[in-house]
Write a protein that binds this ligand. Structure first.
Ligand code: PMV
Length: 311
């Protein structure tokens, strides 16, 4: 038997602009994880993947080409030069809420790839895990930038520019983020498509906003690396104004952001595709509880407080 886990993720800064080549920062959320456990089955019985959360049972042989978990499994087997249909039961379970911008799909795929690596005695190199998870992200999200697979594979704060090798970096001191789910469903594919259409109408204006977001992201990395939490909070607020400009904020998100700031958050912004989904609030140890409570009172469906930069 072999098992492995992978964290959830959240984007700190740079969403949307990252699709157009600007940098973004994402961090793992270790407080919620996906798990894969691989059991051996009787000879000749083949490979079955069972997703405990959805109840899905996938027979590897004959699974459709667009079945993300089957595709990732097949590609991982190929990359590790393993048999096509090994006698395995792979059980997947996740604490990461689904379709909530916390990267549940990427984390499940990452745990799956790592469990197969463990069974094969192969090191689960982050580059390999990221590349294989990207295949499932393309099925779930269309044309993703690749930030989700990267951060769950590396499991540390990531500076990400599309098409370039990711850079891991280290906060000068740990800090806390409250992640609040607005409960408003908003598929990333749709907000990304809407931004693309608006950009086609006003290319120069959108490029200028993307450049401004890129600057904020650069300054946010410096603030994190220097442990300047107040500065990072101000940059969250600045990034949020630019996200409003490009049209991806929403009344419910604004309401949660205001509630967080009102309860003492150092800064707050939407995170991910926007339109709905999550907001993140930078909090101090002393204000975390009050901010989380204020977010719930303001209608957040769920709040997860995560520490970025665990030793
Ligand atoms: O909704 P999430 O958390 O998967 O983030 C989407 C981030 C975007 O920049 C909007 C899209 C992308 O592919 O990077």
């Amino acid at each position: 038997m072999s098992s492995a886990a992978a964290p959830g993720k959240v984007i700190l800064a740079g969403e949307h602009a990252v699709v157009y080549g600007r940098p973004a920062i994402a961090v793992p959320v270790w407080e919620v994880q996906a798990h894969a456990t691989l059991h051996l089955r009787p000879a000749g019985s083949g490979c079955v993947i069972r997703a405990l959360d959805t109840g899905a049972v996938i027979q590897l042989a004959g699974a459709p080409r667009d079945e993300a978990l089957a595709l990732v499994t097949r590609m991982t087997l190929q990359r590790l030069a393993l048999p096509e249909n090994p006698d395995w039961l792979i059980e997947l379970a996740s604490e990461i809420p689904m379709a909530s911008g916390l990267g549940s799909g990427a984390a499940l795929s990452a745990a799956l790839v790592r469990a197969i690596c463990a069974e094969a005695g192969a090191p689960p190199r982050p580059e390999l895990v990221s590349e294989l998870v990207f295949v499932s992200e393309q099925i779930y999200h269309g044309a993703p930038s690749g930030i989700d697979n990267t951060v769950v594979a590396y499991g540390r704060p990531i500076w990400f520019v599309k098409g370039q090798p990711p850079e891991g970096f280290t906060p000068a001191r740990p800090f806390q983020i409250a992640i609040a789910d607005s409960g408003v469903p908003s598929p990333t594919k749709e907000t990304v498509g809407a931004v693309r259409r608006r950009r086609e109408l006003q290319p120069a204006q959108y490029e200028a906003w993307f450049d401004a977001i890129g600057e904020v992201v650069g300054a946010a990395r410096a603030a994190i690396e220097q442990g300047e939490i107040e500065e990072l909070g101000a940059l969250f607020d600045e990034n949020q104004i630019l996200l409003q400009e490009i049209g991806v904020s929403a009344p419910k998100l604004e309401q949660l952001i205001e509630a967080a700031r009102g309860a003492g958050a150092v800064g707050a912004k939407l995170s991910g595709g926007g339109g709905g989904g999550n907001i993140i609030a930078l909090v101090e140890r002393e204000t975390a509880e009050a901010v989380a409570a204020a977010l719930l009172r303001a209608g957040a469906r769920r709040v997860i407080v995560t520490t970025v930069g665990h030793p």
